[in-house]
Design a protein around this ligand. Structure first.
Ligand SMILES: NC(=O)C1=CN([C@@H]2O[C@H](COP(=O)(O)OP(=O)(O)OC[C@H]3O[C@@H](n4cnc5c(N)ncnc54)[C@H](O)[C@@H]3O)[C@@H](O)[C@H]2O)C=CC1
Ligand SMILES: CC(=O)C(=O)O
Ligand SMILES: [Mg+2]
Length: 544
């Protein structure tokens, strides 16, 4: 459609129906009708991908105006199936594909990308896609999906975004044996030098670009966040003029984005729980099922909430009980804990439990958070126990996609007789119970990463520090309107562009406060002016 706008009408005569050339027939309405004619979620996904590739203004107008209905088809849960089926449903390239065989040439290959002013890249190595495991090159659709939400949810211009897949092989035997598989047909390699080369290539090719790491397996997620997040650190970079470059300008969505969004939901949840019970807001015991990048990322963000509210770090950590596939995570359970689990393990000498049920029975938690990839792990017995401990139990089954949710909204409502304070990673429809209608909350990092990324772009931030991430959570928690405040934990999704702008403004100001902003104009700007400025710059397509 852009070509129709740019070319003269005379040149186009006869090349398309006259009403397309002259306008007057609503392309968004037609696209919606075409979308509705598709029977299955994956068909809708394929249709929307094609529309994004051929008529991007129409696609984004459709998405922005129908975000609640369309989000599940461009993002979780459907994007999970799209990653699994990638090599079968592939039509045309829509990401930057950097394979391990290209090592030594990544900067040169990156410079083939047709757009220049890239501001945000989402990169995955495909090793842990949602809760679906290693999907190899199919993980590129996660990067595409996240950036679709950057455009639709934050108003970043489509041509400023760059989805990247690092194809380092796969350990998924089904994919390796699939004749249609499009990725490297070899076992996955783990190579820090390849990651350094990739990081340096982005820095030198697109100096203004923020990198969002997405869906790397836990060990890599923590390792590369630690390696690249600080602006003071240096890495060797043969592609840089001095042979070295400063790191920074990146964040990990699963650790920090998820931490921020769940902290926001938790802040609003403890207010609701406390209003029902009269107990102090900070009087919490929290059990996690899952101690991977998301589980530990969220737990550390909640620890920060308690330390910022009067507790020492040790006192705060005492409130947390992490359960993984081997049971309660303790210092003395006999296995060699990775550093991210050691940060929150229970001290030696305490009880050892093998199952979630035993832990819940012993701890009597106020909140139960699932980031385990185990669908249905919050059994009826566990949810009913939670309901017996507290007037308003907080239960967040956050694993994606939908079939991996630790419990459904309907069950949680039924088993607590409507008392649960609930948020899930993938969307659930409203539920009728006992004559009332209960609206669900989606606790998904898509409410935080678009605003964090936009804030960093506005501030020209050279790093994404803890204060900026924490501020994004407070901004999201504060964003409920009058119709949401006593019932919901998060703003309704149709407001996401305004919410992302608000988060962005507060993240940008936090960047200024902490010396991470290179945009010197922001310091003197009033908050309201900054917010208005950000909103005025949001991509707002008008298809012809
Ligand atoms: N709602 C949201 O915004 C987000 C949701 N997620 C979801 O969280 C889930 C986990 O993600 P990551 O932490 O990155 O994965 P991960 O693979 O790093 O961690 C999974 C954790 O669950 C534990 N686990 C696995 N099987 C278990 C079992 N049978 N019993 C108890 N524990 C078990 C593992 O030991 C590990 O600690 C995924 O489904 C992902 O889609 C992740 C990021 C954001
Ligand atoms: C939402 C997300 O980032 C995940 O499930 O990995
Ligand atoms: Mg993720």
């Amino acid at each position: 459609m852009a070509s129709i706008k740019q070319a003269t009408v005379a040149q186009l005569r006869g090349m398309a129906p006259a009403s397309v050339i002259h306008g007057g027939v609503d392309s968004v309405q037609r696209a919606l009708a075409q979308l509705n004619s598709k029977d299955t979620p994956i068909e809708k996904y394929i249709y929307l991908s094609q529309l994004r590739g051929t008529a991007k203004d129409t696609f984004y107008r459709l998405l922005i105006d129908n975000i609640i209905d369309i989000c599940p088809y461009v993002y979780t849960p459907t994007v999970g199936a799209a990653c699994q089926l990638y090599s079968t449903i592939y039509r045309k390239p829509d990401a930057l594909y950097l394979s391990y065989n290209d090592r030594g040439n990544l900067a040169e290959i990156m410079s083939n990308w047709p757009q220049h002013g890239i501001r945000i890249a989402v990169v995955s190595d495909g090793s842990r896609i949602l809760g679906l495991g290693d999907l190899g090159i199919g993980g590129c659709q996660i990067a595409v999906g996240k950036l679709t939400l950057y455009v639709g949810g934050a108003g970043i211009k489509p041509d400023s975004t760059l989805p990247i897949i690092l194809d380092m092989g796969t350990n998924n035997e089904t994919l390796l044996n699939d004749p249609l598989y499009l990725g490297l047909r070899m076992k996955r390699v783990y190579d820090d030098a390849f990651l350094d080369e990739f990081y340096a290539a982005v820095r030198t090719t697109f100096p203004d670009c923020l990198i969002q790491f997405e869906d790397f397996s836990s060990e890599s997620a923590f390792k590369y966040l630690d390696r690249y997040r600080h602006k003071e650190s240096l890495i060797q970079a043969p592609s840089a003029p001095s042979g070295q470059l400063h790191t920074g300008k990146c964040f990990n969505d699963d650790i920090q984005g998820t931490g921020a969004v769940i902290l926001a939901g938790f802040i609003n949840a403890v207010k609701l729980a406390s209003a029902a019970s009269g107990r102090p807001i900070l009087d919490q015991r929290i059990v996690f099922l899952g101690a991977g990048s998301a589980g530990v990322g969220v737990a550390m963000q909640l620890v920060e909430f308690f330390t910022r509210n009067g507790f020492t770090e040790e006192e705060a950590k005492q409130k947390f009980y992490l359960v993984d596939s081997k049971g309660l995570v303790t210092d003395d359970r006999g296995d060699n804990l990775p550093a991210h689990k050691r940060a929150l393990s229970r001290k030696a000498g305490g009880p050892q439990f093998k199952t979630l049920e035993e832990v819940v029975e012993h701890v009597r938690p106020s909140a139960l958070i699932g980031l385990s990839t185990v669908g249905g792990a919050f059994s009826e017995k566990i949810v009913r126990m939670m309901g017996s401990f507290k007037a308003r139990p907080i239960i967040f089954p956050l694993s994606n996609p939908s079939h991996l949710s630790e419990c459904t909204f309907e069950d949680a409502i039924k088993w607590t007789n409507g008392r649960v304070i609930f948020a899930s990673g993938s969307p659930f429809k409203a539920v009728e119970h006992g004559g009332s209608t209960y609206e669900s909350n989606q606790g998904n990092n898509f409410l935080s990463f678009p605003g964090i990324g936009l804030g960093c772009i506005v501030a020209k931030a050279n790093e994404v520090n803890d204060d900026m991430v924490y501020e994004s959570a407070l901004a999201l928690a504060d964003s409920l309107d009058d119709s949401e405040i006593n019932t919901l934990l998060y703003p309704r999704l149709h407001r996401i562009r305004d919410i992302s702008a608000t988060i962005a403004a507060r993240v940008a100001k936090a960047a200024v406060r902490t010396g991470a902003a290179e945009n010197s104009k922001l310091g003197g700007m009033a908050d309201t002016d900054l917010l208005a400025y950000i909103k005025s710059k949001q991509y707002d397509p008008t298809p012809c």
